[in-house]
Ligand binder design. Structure first.
Ligand SMILES: [Cu+2]
Length: 364
């Protein structure tokens, strides 16, 4: 059934498409084809660049597929960009053009599109990219603002939240051409960069309270919307699955390295916290035209945005990176681990006395 809101949205799309001559002007700029990689990793890129603006070419293939989302083996009818939840991080520089080929293979069951928060133009490109299974489309937009920004599917009306919480979201990082800085003229460089995409999931249960499994997204839709409307996720996970970034999947780093963490949440608020570490420089809203905050304990990611935090690890060990709603971290899945190698600094922390029995009170 088409709701009033969905009808209004569709009308807005139709008006926009009629009113806007859509042509691809030729740009006389060099092109660079980027091979995207699945999160938490980020494709190779320059931090600062001496080159002029380019057309950066990306290819996103939409995959509707069943994924396992927790350690109990719960399955989920996911919708994804390039097969991962979240989709890959795309990195460009201010003034570059992002040219995305969006592919909706005939094996999919639904129309999809893409709305880039970093882009300027109606619906973030959503109206120009709506494609049916068996179609592909090419969108180009100019990266005029620096920062980290979410992208997500937005095919209209009630389809929008459902596709987003089914996994169709990711992030773009637009770097200043001369790289990151601390807001006081000092350049900041990272030795490693990781992309952590937080995802709230709403999985229906059967009468016995067990998670239900479905054969297609369409079959899961009605039950899933009921769970979504309660606004209480059954899972809050990093990178698509409980445990995706813990244990053997822990993110490696070394003492002395600056690590940049991009954290997105396309639908819901989050509070990243690195247990035992800090945010040396945090662009909480993710926008590099603002000076970063320094020395933070916990920061805030507004639903529908991506933030960036840089930290130089000073001690070795396993660091948990969580959302500091600890119920979500420990019970719903939102925990990652950094595995840091290096030399321990006793000056920063030491165990002065090992655990021992409490001494008996001196009665003399
Ligand atoms: Cu979609």
């Amino acid at each position: 059934m088409l709701t009033r809101r969905a009808a209004m949205f569709s009308a807005a799309v139709a008006t926009f498409m009629l009113a806007t001559p859509c042509f691809a002007a030729e740009l006389n700029l060099p092109r660079e084809k980027v091979e995207l990689v699945a999160p938490p990793f980020v494709h190779a890129h320059e931090q600062a660049t001496r080159q002029g603006p380019k057309i950066m070419e990306f290819r996103l293939v939409i995959e509707e597929k069943k994924m396992v989302i927790d350690e109990k083996g719960t399955t989920f009818q996911a919708m994804t960009f390039n097969g991962s939840m979240p989709g890959p991080l795309m990195v460009v520089h201010e003034g570059d053009y992002v040219e995305v080929t969006l592919v909706n293979p005939a094996t999919n069951s639904m129309p999809h599109n893409i709305d880039f928060h970093a882009a300027t133009g109606a619906l973030g490109g959503g109206a120009l990219t709506l494609i049916n299974p068996g179609e592909q489309v090419v969108l180009r937009w100019k990266a005029t603002r620096t920062g980290t920004f979410v992208y997500h599917c937005a095919p209209g009306g009630p389809m929008i939240p459902w596709h987003v919480v089914s996994g169709m979201n990711g992030a773009v990082m637009v770097l200043p051409r001369d790289g990151l800085n601390d807001g006081h003229g000092h350049a900041l460089k990272y030795d490693r960069v990781y992309y952590i995409g937080e995802q709230d999931l709403y999985v229906p249960r059967d009468e016995k309270g067990n998670f239900k499994s479905y054969d297609s997204p369409g079959e899961a839709y009605a039950d899933t919307v009921e769970v979504m409307r309660k606004l209480t996720p059954t899972h809050v996970v990093f990178n698509g699955k409980e445990g995706a970034l813990t244990g053997k999947n822990a993110l490696p780093a070394k003492v002395g390295e600056n690590v940049l963490i991009i954290h997105s949440e396309a639908n819901r608020d989050s509070r990243p916290h690195l247990i035992g570490g800090h945010g040396d420089y945090v662009w909480e809203t993710g926008k590099f035209s603002n000076a970063p905050e320094t020395g933070l304990e916990t920061w805030f990611i507004r639903g529908g945005s991506a933030g960036a935090a840089m930290y130089k690890f000073l001690q070795p060990g396993i660091y948990a990176y969580v959302t500091h709603n600890l119920i979500e971290a420990a019970e719903l899945g939102a925990t990652a681990h950094f595995k840091v190698e290096g030399k321990w600094n006793d000056d920063l922390m030491t165990q002065v006395k090992a655990p021992a029995e409490i001494p008996a009170p001196n009665t003399n």
